[in-house]
Every structure is written in C-alpha cells, then in structure tokens.
Design a protein around this ligand. Structure first.
Ligand SMILES: Cc1ncc(COP(=O)(O)O)c(C=O)c1O
Length: 476
C-alpha cells in the first residue's frame, strides 16, 4: 500500500494496471465507487478486464474489505461490473461502450469588440428592474397550480394580454383560444412547418433574400424552399400562383434583410393566392413596432385570419434569450399544432409567461418599446450621418425601421465577404448580404449592418471604427 500524498489523502494501488485515487471528500465507499466508475468510463479499465479481488484491493487501498465489497455490489447493480460464476469480478461489456465522446470541437465563436449583428437588440438595455419586479410579484400572486403542466397553448393570462396588445397595436384579428405561446418565432415556424409536412406539403416559398435560420428550419422539416424574389415593394407575391407552394413565409411589415414594406397590392395578392389555392401565409411580424417613419403597418393576418398564421416575438423588443414568441393560428391548425407540442414538449417556462403577461398588462412593455424605438431611431440617424460623411459611395437601404440597414456595395469595390474579413481584423463584426441568399449571389453585393447590438456606451466608438474601415476600404 502506498499513501501517495498524505496531505491530499489519496491512495494508489500497487498494480500498474489500475491506479486509483480516492477523493478526500465524502465517505470511502463513495470515493472508491466514483474512482472505479471513472476508470471504466475513461477506458483505464476496459471491457472484460478483471478487477482485483475485494481482499486485494482492500489491502492495497487500506480500506475495510466490506467497504470494497459494497462498492463492487453497487457497481454491479449499476451495470459497470459483473460477477462471474466461479468467482471473480469483471468490467461488463456494455459499460465500457457507454463512454460519451465529445464531437470534434467546432470553431469557437469570436468575440469582437464591436458587433454590428443585424438580429440583436441592445441586450444591455433589457428592462431588468421591470422584468424582475413582474416576475417577483407575478410568482407571489400566482396560484400554486400555475407551476403545474398547464395549458399547452400557454398560460391563459398571457394569451389574454397578448390578444389585447396584438389587436390594439398590430391590428391582428385575435382569439386568445387560438394563440399559442412558443419559444420565439423560429419555434413557431418549426411547429407549423412540421404540421404542414406531416400533411404531405412539400414546398414552401421563402423570401429571397431571407433569414438563413428560417431557411434551415424549413429544410430540416423536410421542405424544398422556393425563392420568392424581393424588390422595393417587398416580396413578389404575384408569383405565388406560378410557384404553387403549400405555404409562403413573409415579413410584410419589414422584410429581412431588404427592409421593404410589402406593397398593398402584394398584400392583396398573397391573400388572394392563399384563398384560391388553399395555401397558407406564415407572417413573420418580428419587429413591426420598431418603425421610425410612420405608425406600424397593421398585420397582414387581419385580411384573412383563416389563411394567415400570425407570428410574433419578444426577441427584438426585449431579448432573444427569453425565447418567447407567439402564434395566432387559424382554427384548423390548433389541434395538430398542440398534438405535435404534446410529443415535443417544448414550452416557455411558466414564470417567464407570468412575468411577460404582467409587463403587457401594466403597460410597462409598451413604455419600454417606445423608449427603445426612440433610441434606435437616434442610432439609425447617426449611422446615416456617418455613412454620408465617411462612405458616400455606399447606399443604405431600408432605413425606416428595425435594427439594421442594408448597405449596397458599389461595383468594382470590395465584396461583402472581403469587407467582413477586413472588419474582423479590426475586431469589428459585420455580416455579408450573401449569407441571406439561398439561391444565388446578391446583386449588388452588400453588408447587412445591425446598429442595435452594441451597448450604448460603445456605440459611438464602434461607429467611428466602422467609419475608418469603410473610408479606407472604399477610397477611390
Ligand atoms: C427576420 C426575422 N424574423 C424573426 C426573428 C425572430 O426570431 P426568434 O423569435 O426566433 O428569436 C428574427 C431574429 O433574428 C429575424 O431576423
């Protein structure tokens, strides 16, 4: 027996094949069990290896024989060891193969000094005080039953508060019985897409350019995506009869990434197609409240609540980390969506639903949105000023709403990808427009510049750094 280090109180066996170190904390038996489990998991004790007899190991480690026997019995019960008739204890065949293997490391995300991520709001501006007070008071006042399994559509008080808000602010035709609270718009899209696919639908039209995440959701659900071109009047919904998809995902209030507002005729064309073909429009209303030039445009869903699924999210107005979104469904989709949910069992935690319902009902949410709208409008103004000063050859497109502008690059200059690379060398995160084109390259090439992501205190410095980069990269 060797006591390896009396201060650490660790022991090692004398056999070179089995080095066991027992942790100091806890009982000896627990420490021996943990040490043996680890040796089996990391392969030091391979499948089929014979472990020392209880007597030998007890002598080796300076433990009572009964302690070793108890540890062996426990590991036998768990399936790590087997006792063979005729004596001896062995590492069981199955145990060794349960070693979890990590997938090869993927590239670590870079953390840039200045991020112009087009999909992020200013996370430092999250209304911590209002949220925590809504959470505290909500939890105190909610009945104990609110922490049970609950309604698969989401909590009733949240659906009621959402119905009131969406009808008033977004003009949605609401029925709280047909609202489903989900984990962000993306989750809602995934639920609806999987229901459609299970009914045999094969093709979904998606705005081109459009959000890559949504494209991936549709492909993962087994769909072929058909590109719906976008111009300054929004998506070419007049092409839907020709493309003949089962559904079309549209961002009528603020197309991503062009910023276009869907023209009234295109809105009408989308609904006319859905009615005539029995198609479905999935409306992505992710940031409509953040409009600077006019009151937000009412939801397309109001034109036909039977053929349009309305989807919203708190990702831009509060934070994407909440994973909080909502669907207003046509009646015929409710049961299949809930059936899918029942097996999937992914829900927004009840405390978050309770807190958000209170923020909505108290008006604190709308006050926050108003404050943020003013802040983002100021930032948008500063971006446009900076561009005019430092990079006048760049055309900012879609400046009237949201958290981003599209910068169209002049022919003969650097490509979007080159600019992104040059920016990364200066610790600036930019996004090339090419990332959002799924059926060909952008013409012209561009950068999708998000001005929401930086915290307030870093915004001016970030803008200066970006101005320096653009001025150099686009010098004549
Ligand atoms: C076009 C668009 N739609 C929807 C969303 C919101 O997604 P979610 O609610 O899944 O966070 C985003 C966020 O990046 C977006 O850019």
């Amino acid at each position: 027996v060797r006591r390896a280090n009396s201060h650490q109180r660790s022991w090692a066996t004398s056999s070179p094949a089995l080095q066991l170190t027992l942790a100091q904390e806890g009982g000896r038996r627990d420490a021996l069990e943990a040490s043996l489990r680890e040796a089996i998991r990391d392969g030091r004790l391979g499948a089929g290896a014979r472990v020392p007899s209880t007597r030998a190991l007890a002598a080796d480690l300076g433990l009572a024989r009964g302690t070793v026997a108890e540890a062996y019995a426990q590991l036998q019960a768990e399936g790590y060891l087997t006792a063979r008739p005729g004596g001896g204890t062995w590492v069981s065949d199955v145990a060794a193969s349960t070693v979890p293997r990590r997938p090869p490391a993927t590239k670590a995300p870079r953390s840039e000094r200045f991020s112009f991520h087009p999909g992020l709001p200013d996370l430092a501006a999250f209304p911590h005080a209002a949220w925590s007070s809504a959470l505290r008071r909500g939890l105190r006042e909610a009945p104990a039953a609110s922490l049970g399994y609950g309604d698969p559509r989401g909590r009733a008080e949240l659906r009621e508060a959402l119905a009131d808000y969406l009808a008033r602010v977004r003009g949605v035709v609401v029925d709280p019985e047909l609202i489903v609270v989900c984990g962000g718009f993306r989750h809602g899209l995934s639920l609806v897409a999987r229901v459609l696919r299970s009914r045999g639908a094969r093709r979904v039209a998606m705005e081109e350019p459009g959000l890559n995440d949504h494209h991936n959701v549709l492909v993962a659900a087994g769909f072929e995506t058909a590109p719906l071109p976008v111009d300054e009047q929004g998506a070419r919904t007049d092409l839907l009869p020709e493309i003949a998809p089962a559904a079309a995902v549209l961002g009528p209030a603020h197309q991503f990434p062009s910023g276009a507002l869907l023209h009234p005729e295109r809105r009408a064309a989308a609904v006319a197609w859905a009615r005539a073909a029995g198609g479905l429009v999935i409306e992505d209303d992710y940031d409509a409240e953040l409009r600077f030039d006019r009151p937000p445009i009412g939801a397309l869903q109001a034109l036909d609540s039977e053929h349009v699924v309305y989807g919203g999210t708190a990702s831009k107005t509060l934070a994407p980390g909440l994973r909080l979104g909502w669907l207003q469904l046509p009646a015929n989709l409710l049961d299949p969506v809930l059936a899918l949910r029942e097996v999937e069992d992914v829900h927004v935690p009840a405390p978050d639903q309770i807190a958000f319902a209170r923020l909505l009902a108290s008006g604190a949410y709308e006050r926050h949105v108003r404050r943020m709208r003013a802040r983002y409008r100021d930032r948008r103004d500063r971006v446009v000023e900076m561009l005019a000063e430092r990079a006048p050859r760049l055309t900012p497109v879609g400046i009237s709403a949201g958290l981003r502008v599209l910068l169209e690059l002049p022919a003969g200059g650097p490509s979007g990808a080159e600019l992104v690379e040059g920016a990364a060398r200066r610790s600036i995160e930019l996004f090339p427009a090419g990332r959002f084109h799924h059926h060909g390259d952008p013409m012209p090439d561009g950068i999708v510049l998000g001005y929401g992501a930086l915290p307030d205190h870093a915004f001016e410095a970030g803008l200066r750094a970006l101005g320096d980069l653009l001025a150099e990269a686009l010098a004549d």
